[in-house]
Design a protein around this ligand. Structure first.
Ligand SMILES: Nc1nc2c(ncn2[C@@H]2O[C@H](COP(=O)(O)OP(=O)(O)OP(=O)(O)O)[C@@H](O)[C@H]2O)c(=O)[nH]1
Ligand SMILES: [Mg+2]
Ligand SMILES: [Zn+2]
Length: 296
């Protein structure tokens, strides 16, 4: 019988998982034992080699975190990535920034106790006027304890700060198709061969270039997972309290509402409502909060 080794799942190919052996060396194509639960990119596993240089995953090590989102087709949770401590929400003026989708991802991050960063890519496409306008639209994110980075992969802008934020962390890039997630990874890892979408095709048409999440090791330590573009990030698997906790600016008003179980919707004496009225809490964020609660 072959000896069990340790490794990390880096990507999926057909019905096989590719495992990076912990001692280094090439990725190994692995099947998985049936008794194991659904495995995710980033999972640490035990595996054994089988014939023809392939392997079988025999054990799943305990996870530090698991980011999931509900699959609209079968009502089950789809794992996005395991053992990550940071989510980079990547958006760009092309194909467009959707604040509601950003807020959905921020709620999912908070629900999993994973920190989040906001990356606005393709700043090279913005003239001064457009950049100022976008800064105004995103001003309320600057008030949150949430790093906001402006990047361009074509002009190598903001990449040093991004590298600093990634170093030593296990991060995943999440965002709509065409925002430039794979391009960012390519810019950080020029030696890898990463497929990015062609400019002429797809953008705005919901075409996905990346079809399988893949984990990459960063030269200065840390890992980065590229994920396929998302169109809808459902949160109906989360309870109301969890959604509320995803709006971190509400924390400043904890205990100040008249009712201790205040839902911050339209209760009398609600401190959050008052803060929205006075402009201390962004009306746009509060609207998204109401929407996320109502769609449950
Ligand atoms: N102008 C400009 N274009 C960029 C930038 N970054 C990426 N692009 C272009 O945007 C398109 C989409 O880039 P991808 O990296 O494939 O986007 P993605 O987010 O990985 O998309 P999916 O894999 O479908 O989720 C490509 O044509 C890139 O060349 C940038 O900083 N500026
Ligand atoms: Mg991609
Ligand atoms: Zn309240």
């Amino acid at each position: 019988m072959s000896k069990s080794e340790r490794g990390q799942i880096v990507t999926r190919k057909g019905n096989r998982l590719l495992v990076q052996p912990i001692d280094g060396g090439k990725w190994v194509r692995c099947a998985q034992r049936k008794k194991l639960p659904a495995l995710a990119i980033g999972d640490h596993v035990g595996w054994e080699s089988t014939s023809k240089g392939e392997g079988v995953i025999t054990a799943l090590e305990s996870r530090d975190s698991l980011l999931t989102r509900p699959d609209p087709f079968n009502q089950r949770n789809k794992p996005i990535a395991a053992n990550i401590d940071q989510i980079l929400v990547v958006t760009a003026s092309e194909p467009g920034i959707d604040p509601l989708q950003v807020d959905r991802i921020l709620v999912a991050a908070a629900a999993n106790e994973i920190s989040a960063l906001l990356v606005i890519n393709k700043v090279d496409l913005l003239d001064d006027e457009a950049k100022t306008l976008l800064e105004q639209q995103l001003a309320h994110y600057q008030q949150l304890p949430l790093p906001l980075l402006w990047t361009s992969t074509t002009e190598a802008h903001g990449l040093d700060r991004l590298r600093e934020q990634l170093q030593g962390h296990s991060s995943v890039l999440v965002g709509p198709s065409g925002a430039g997630k794979s391009s960012i990874i390519q810019a950080l890892l020029p030696d890898e061969e990463i497929t990015v979408g062609a400019l002429s095709e797809g953008i705005g048409q919901g075409k996905h270039t990346t079809s399988a999440s893949t984990l990459y090791a960063l030269p200065d330590g840390g890992t980065l997972i590229d994920s396929p573009g998302i169109r809808e990030f459902g949160l109906w698997h989360l309870d109301e309290e969890t959604i509320r906790n995803g709006f971190m600016e509400f924390d400043n008003y904890r205990g100040e509402c008249r009712f201790s179980n205040c839902r911050h919707l339209s209760e009398p004496g609600c401190a959050v409502n008052a803060a929205v009225e006075s402009g201390e809490i962004s009306a746009a964020r509060f609207e998204n909060y109401q929407l996320l609660i109502s769609e449950r």
